[in-house]
Design a protein around this ligand. Structure first.
Ligand code: DGL
Length: 281
């Protein structure tokens, strides 16, 4: 069933959502590339992580969050979550046809383009790595480029990042557990296939630097697609004549958990201080 939308124009905000704070790693690129756009960020932290759930559950949550954001009058929606994108973007597009809807996918193509060893590690949630959409993408890029993808589900990592634990002992132990086998397997490129993971990029670099066979002259490349997602959004809005060209932009946050926690994530991760409200969606 398709849903009707409020009338929107260039002044309308852009909605960005994730299961939690991970989508802030995408929002920072949108904010930088489109500084005049009003943004609404929705963190479904009360229901995070999505990555360990059944696909249908993720579809239903994503549709509920999308309905909330379209109800706020957004002119475009960014599904800033790999897990929600593989599970639900088709269903969201079917319900809001004609609206600009941008998703995120693990950067397999850029990973295959930069690897020298031919082996690319992919860090993502279990849900993402088991989805038909992701596996089709993997087969397509592997077939076209000859790259080999080593898939690593990172159970528990999103929970640590939601807690703001970006470099503590527990997080470092998880990263060792997930990253070292990829390096041992010959990967020289690591795709950050979950939008939460760019926030532990420094910790991943520490794990890489400590790895026994690490050659400082052959650095491991980390791939984050946040920048490309923001560019795609800008292209879509420009094509639709919907870019807000000038003026002071407003940023608002909504969360299904604690407003104070999301406000602190904005401050700690992006040095931003928007108004944040807790909602029951
Ligand atoms: N940021 C989400 C992603 O990109 C995290 C998923 C989760 O909540 O497990 O996949």
């Amino acid at each position: 069933m398709t849903q009707s939308v409020h009338s929107v124009n260039a002044e309308s905000p852009i909605g960005v959502f994730d299961s939690g704070v991970g989508g802030l790693s995408v929002l920072r690129h949108i904010h930088a590339q489109l500084p005049h756009e009003h943004l609404i960020y929705f963190a479904d932290s009360g229901h995070a992580p999505y990555g360990d759930r059944e696909e249908e559950w993720v579809v239903q949550r994503s549709l509920a969050v999308a309905a909330f954001l379209f109800g706020q009058g957004v002119k475009a929606l960014v599904v800033a979550c790999n897990t929600a994108t593989v599970a639900a973007i088709k269903a969201i597009r079917a319900q809001w046809p004609g609206m600009p809807i941008v998703g995120v996918e693990p950067g397999l193509k850029p990973g295959a383009a930069v690897t020298k060893s031919g082996k690319v590690g992919v860090l993502a949630t279990d849900r993402t790595l088991h989805s038909a959409k992701f596996l089709a993408l993997r087969d397509q890029i592997a077939g076209a480029t000859g790259a080999e993808f080593l898939l690593q589900p990172c159970i528990g990592l999103v929970d640590q990042i939601e807690l703001g634990q970006l470099g503590c002992e527990g997080t470092m132990a998880l990263l060792e557990q997930y990253v070292v086998p990829l390096l041992d397997g010959g990967a020289d490129t690591l795709v950050l296939g979950c939008t939460h993971y760019p926030f532990v990029e420094q910790s991943i670099r520490q794990v890489v630097a400590r790895h026994a066979s690490h050659d400082p002259d052959a650095p491991v490349t980390l791939i984050d697609t946040g920048d490309a997602v923001a560019r795609q959004l800008a292209r879509l809005l420009e094509g639709a004549g919907m870019l807000r060209p000038a003026g002071v932009a407003h940023l608002r946050g909504y969360t299904t958990a604690s407003a104070a926690v999301l406000a602190e994530a904005f401050r700690a991760l992006l040095a931003l201080t928007p108004q944040v409200e807790a909602v029951d969606v």
